[in-house]
Design a protein around this ligand. Structure first.
Ligand SMILES: Cc1cc2nc3c(=O)[nH]c(=O)nc-3n(C[C@H](O)[C@H](O)[C@H](O)COP(=O)(O)OP(=O)(O)OC[C@H]3O[C@@H](n4cnc5c(N)ncnc54)[C@H](O)[C@@H]3O)c2cc1C
Ligand code: FES
Length: 251
């Protein structure tokens, strides 16, 4: 795994939904290394700890990052000026394992949707199921259409797309795919893994509080299953993507 911390130039900072922003940042050396499902760790001016954000997309010399304003760090990020330089540690973690000749279904919930765009772009005829709490939070629909996805949208309150959960749609289409990749809140990942169990392989991308992002501080340690053994692994280094059967979903 090769990563470095370098300056990226902020080329675009655009609001794409309520409290959700899309950044395009430029650094040809580190952008070239990025793989789908990996993340970056951003140095926010005036804050000590970096903020981890998934890589939503990339081209030759840029990365796209989509984030939701949650606290002070992401608020500062949302207000940063185009043209400023941002110190970013990238690319980090192990991403999705995408194999040729298989049909993938990508299931995303809320701010877990962005990394699935980069992953879906690596596949043929992807089936993409995206779910959001409400219409004002819906993102990336045109981007998924542009890459030729069979796309489904659900909202919890029925204000856009299908009224229901991503798992309602997944249950109907599970027979049409070879493998599922999911990213979103833990209860959603647990429900997706349950639908896939004994039917298709399922990879899930986990979110844990992080410090260093490179396996040095242990902040992101979580209990996982490797074979029959329970072992603590660091989500930043061993993950963020795990096979569903390696994860303790709780409850
Ligand atoms: C691998 C990974 C990928 C992520 N990808 C995205 C993404 O693509 N888009 C997006 O909007 N969010 C993503 N997140 C969540 C994002 O990192 C947090 O929302 C963000 O760090 C909150 O920072 P804050 O300063 O606004 O909030 P505060 O609550 O003020 O943050 C305080 C501290 O807690 C940490 N923290 C708070 N929430 C989280 C969290 N959920 N995960 C990790 N650290 C957290 C912050 O980094 C900071 O150090 C990802 C998290 C991880 C671990
Ligand atoms: S964030 Fe420091 S070990 Fe994972």
């Amino acid at each position: 795994m090769s990563y470095d911390t370098q300056l990226f130039k902020l080329l675009e900072n655009k609001r794409i939904a309520d409290g959700v922003f899309s950044w395009t940042v430029k650094n040809s050396e580190l952008s070239a290394l990025a793989e789908c499902g990996q993340f970056v760790n951003i140095k926010v001016p005036g804050r000590t700890l970096r903020r981890p954000i998934s890589i939503c997309d990339k081209d030759e010399d840029t990365l796209r990052l989509v984030f939701q304003v949650k606290g002070e760090g992401t608020k500062i990020m949302s207000e940063m000026r185009v043209g400023s330089e941002v110190e970013i540690l990238a690319p980090l973690g192990h991403g999705f394992d995408i194999k040729k000749g298989r049909r993938y279904c990508f299931v995303g919930g809320g701010i877990g949707v962005p990394p699935l765009l980069f992953a879906a772009k690596q596949t043929e005829n992807p089936l993409v199921i995206t779910g959001f709490r409400s219409k004002n939070l819906v993102i990336l629909q045109d981007d998924f259409k542009e890459i030729g996805s069979e796309l489904y949208l659900t909202t919890d309150d029925g204000t856009d797309g299908i009224h229901g959960f991503v798992t309602d749609v997944l249950k109907e289409h599970i027979g049409e795919v070879d493998e599922v990749c999911a990213c979103g809140p833990l209860p959603m990942l647990k429900a997706v893994a349950a639908v896939c169990k004994d039917k298709v392989k399922c990879q899930v991308s986990l979110e844990e509080r992080m410090g260093c992002g490179i396996g040095a501080c242990l902040v992101c340690s979580c209990k996982t299953k490797v074979g029959d053994e329970e072992v603590m692994t660091q989500v930043c280094r061993r993950g963020p993507v795990y096979m569903a059967e390696e994860v303790f979903f709780g409850g």
